[in-house]
Every structure is written in C-alpha cells, then in structure tokens.
Design a protein around this ligand. Sequence first.
Ligand code: PAN
Ligand code: ZN
Length: 170
Amino acid sequence: MFMYEIDENGIIKGYSKKVVRKYSDMKEFFQWKREDNPTIYEVYECEKKGLNFATTIIFPGRVGKEYFMTKGHVHKKKADEIYIGVKGKGLILLQSKDDFLSFEIKKNIIIHVPENYAHRTVNIGDENLVFLAVYASDAGHDYDFIKRKGFRKIVIEKNGKHALAENPKW
Ligand code: PAN
Ligand code: ZN
C-alpha cells in the first residue's frame, strides 16, 4: 500500500525524480523558433512496485503560433497509461499508425492512452496545465519518430483560440 499527495503546485510530495524541459532541449519539436529559453514543462515522478506516478506541469506560452507542449512519445513496450487532469486546460493528442484523436484534458478528466498510441499534451490555457500519469515502470519512452515527423496535427493559436492545423513535416 502506498499513498501520494499532489501539492497545490502540481508536485507529488516526496517525488524521486524531477525532469525539466527547456525550449533548448526540444527546439526540433516546434515548427517556429524563439530567441529566449523558457522552461516548457516539468515532470515529478515516483516509482513503486512496478508502477510510475508522474505529474507534468506545462507552463502557459507559445513558440510562434504553437502552444507549449510535451515532446510526445510512444512506449517501447506494450503498455497502456492513464492520464488524470488536475488543473488548467489542455489537449491530449493520440496517434497510432492510422488513427489520430484529440481530447480536452482538465481537472477530473480521466483519459486512457492505449498501448501503441503516441501521446503528447498541449497547454491551451493561460495558467499551468497539471496532469497525473500512471504507467508501468518498464514501459520505456521512444521520442525518435516524434522528433523527426511529429504528430499529424499541430495545435496553434488562431484568432485568440486554439485550433488544430496540418503539420507541415508530416
Ligand atoms: C508522461 C510524460 C510527461 C512528459 O509522464 O512522460 O508528460 O512528456 P514526454 O515524456 O513526452 O516528454 C507519460 O506519458 N509517461 O509515460
Ligand atoms: Zn507515456
């Protein structure tokens, strides 16, 4: 038995690993460029009995027209994942070989990420987006395909709102 608590900032109390992704760590994932180097997101992770619990905090902002987002990955092993919205407003993109889906993620929304679906989360609001992910510790993360081609659609700002647009690299 174990219990975790997420603090008011979205950090799991007593986390064992922290990952910080700055713009310079993921320039290739965006279609536009910026001159400065903001933090795009942070991940706080705990691992127990083969299960990982991780909160992600994506800050609000854009690179050109594209909203701040995670790199996105597919799991190396067949491993489903559960996302639970904690705070803020986002979109999750899900993509398989011949399927593409997007869902809103916000507080109290639960999303099942099926095995073999690449997944990326985008902050489309003006406050931090926080969500919890639960997945098998040995799932593994593969970023290569996303780095080269990305997702079928990108999430951009259009007339003050978010919109899905074709990814020019696809
Ligand atoms: C999440 C993600 C987290 C960061 O915990 O790893 O949101 O996104 P990237 O890994 O794409 O940088 C998850 O899906 N874990 O499997
Ligand atoms: Zn994942």
